[in-house]
Design a protein around this ligand. Structure first.
Ligand code: N01
Length: 504
């Protein structure tokens, strides 16, 4: 119980709150700050980690950095004139989030080291019963901000459990393992791997990079902000907003290339091919890293360092399929065994099969995972779900982006949630949940649009698509449209139940 937890020195949780928020990344922190601003005092944010930061707390691998420019990859309400570079690195983003939480004075609302085990809708009392490893909290409203890329996905490779050396996932970096001079393998060539590889190449003795699919990689236009520019960003009124707007608008020009006419992406493909030629001189290696699908179909990566790292003598790109892992190395389909001391799996996350969905039980007793297994991962406006009253998901289905800042999406959803809470307050409403037909209509329109995107037409397999081949992760329109859709609460799309009045 809560009392037991307090007695054992663990985090203390209130027994009942108006709002319980899961996750202390950009989503949970942003929600906390805005609830506080709205005068909602009765809420708690729980997170299984030790502090705020979410993905920027968990991903500490060497080279971790954001591929969205800093000015846009920050809260609109907490601008940071001190970014040191145009693309921030992980420690700086993590520090920004910690500072923002501290300065907003909301840290006392967070309970760290708390894992949510189950959240069950209680139809009698119309509340969520949220069972955690530190006791149960009754919440009238449940907001999940646990992220779409938070649960590492380990590869299902024969013998991987038998590996005798150190093995870890990119998002759970083992900083106690000294890699200097070691033989190291990295499995995967996604956004994480291409940042890790150049850093590892600097220290390890030998590096094998196991590539299943070659990604498209365009140059990274990263630069340090000179002192004068930083001073200007700090002191010239409106300058930072102007930078932000510039980055935002530039990125919106990518939308048509992804969603309507993939051939618009041709110039970017030319840039990516030039990036290969610049970084690699060996024709065979050039060929091996050249993608065989349309740019945009998978996440477009950015790096100036990855190709030159691969071209080094002590780095080998392995394109043969992995057959199995042995206690001492990796065997490929051609029978070659490459011995290693350390294995880094940069194989991504559970995206379309989110673990949290198995722990949320709706009105009819079924979990979100059960419901989604039947209909695919769907929600209304990416945020609310029929059968799950007073549940709001930040970064829910079809809210991910391939081109711009998730912070913009998160802030749009927080606005929507605040509007919903205000509606409940003002109209004496106890619960809201989307009408099934509203949710169906929303998703039908979305999936119709999806058919014409590069994610479906680009000739690749990616984590954007679920097991039925449906894209249930990405937003297929502009961010202007997303912001407009989430601008206010739309009660007509919802079933509402009035507050119960006790008459005794
Ligand atoms: O993961 P991924 P990630 N055997 O799923 C390969 C964000 N992010 O952690 O392409 C062999 O993209 C897999 O191969 P394939 C960003 O949204 C952002 O890199 O499926 N290989 C792929 O190469 C990103 O998209 C930033 O054929 C296997 C790789 O592992 C998302 O996070 C930085 C395999 C997984 O790539 C995830 O990126 C980092 C197997 N069994 C992450 N299983 C920035 O902002 C998987 N692979 C810079």
């Amino acid at each position: 119980s809560t009392k037991d937890a307090q007695q054992s020195g663990g985090p203390s949780l209130p027994s009942r709150v108006r709002v319980l928020v899961v996750g202390a990344g950009f989503a949970g922190l942003g929600t906390a700050i805005k609830l506080d601003e709205d005068g909602v005092t009765d809420f708690v944010v729980v997170d299984k980690g030790a502090g705020v930061g979410g993905t920027w707390r968990d991903n500490t691998y060497p080279g971790a950095a954001c591929d969205v420019p800093s000015q846009l990859y920050s809260f609109s309400f907490a601008p940071n004139p001190d970014w040191s570079r145009s693309f921030s690195q992980q420690p700086e983003i993590h520090a920004y989030l910690e500072r923002t939480a501290r300065e907003a004075g909301v840290l006392d609302r967070f309970a760290f080291g708390v894992t949510v085990e189950d959240a069950t809708w209680d139809e009698t009392d119309r509340v969520w019963q949220v069972v955690t490893d530190h006791g149960t909290v009754t919440a009238e409203v449940l907001v999940t901000g646990s992220g779409g890329l938070s649960e590492p996905r380990l590869p299902d490779i024969e013998g991987i459990g038998s590996f005798g050396g150190r093995i870890f996932h990119s998002a759970r970096w083992d900083h106690d393992t000294d890699l200097a001079g070691k033989r190291v393998a990295v499995i995967g060539t996604g956004a994480s791997a291409i940042q890790i590889v150049p850093r590892l190449a600097e220290t390890v003795g030998h590096l094998d990079v196991y590539q299943r699919t070659a990604p498209w990689i365009v140059p990274r236009q990263d630069r340090a902000y000179p002192a004068l520019e930083r001073a200007a960003l700090r002191h010239v009124p409106g300058l930072q907003r102007l930078y932000r707007l510039g980055v935002f608008l530039a990125r919106e020009t990518y939308v048509p290339a992804f969603t309507a006419a993939p051939d618009i992406a041709k110039p970017a493909e030319l840039m990516a091919r030039a990036n290969i030629r610049k970084g690699i001189s060996d024709p065979a290696l050039r060929q091996a890293v050249t993608p065989d699908f349309k740019l945009g179909c998978k996440r477009v990566l950015i790096s100036n360092e990855y190709y030159p790292a691969l071209a080094q003598d002590h780095v080998e790109l392995v394109t043969d399929r992995i057959a199995r892992v042995t206690p001492t190395g990796i065997v490929t389909a051609d029978g070659t065994e490459r011995e290693i001391d350390v294995l880094v799996v940069a194989t991504g996350f559970h995206t379309t099969d989110q673990p949290i969905a198995h722990h949320i039980k709706g009105r009819d007793g079924r979990t979100l995972a059960d419901v989604w297994r039947e209909h695919g991962m769907t929600a209304y406006k990416g945020t609310t779900i029929a059968g799950f009253p007073n549940l709001f998901q930040i970064v829910g289905p079809n809210t991910g982006l391939g081109h711009s800042s998730m912070v913009f999406v998160i802030e749009s959803q927080i606005r929507y949630i605040r509007a919903a809470l205000a509606h409940l307050e003002e109209h004496g409403v106890a619960t809201v949940e989307p009408r099934p037909e509203a949710q169906r209509r929303w998703n039908k329109r979305l999936q119709r649009r999806m058919q014409h995107t590069v994610w479906h037409q680009g000739g690749c397999a990616s984590w954007y698509l679920d097991e039925h081949g449906r894209n249930t992760t990405l937003w297929p329109r502009s961010l202007f449209t997303l912001r407009r859709q989430l601008a206010g609460f739309d009660p007509a799309a919802y079933v509402a139940t009035p507050q119960q009045h006790t008459t005794d």
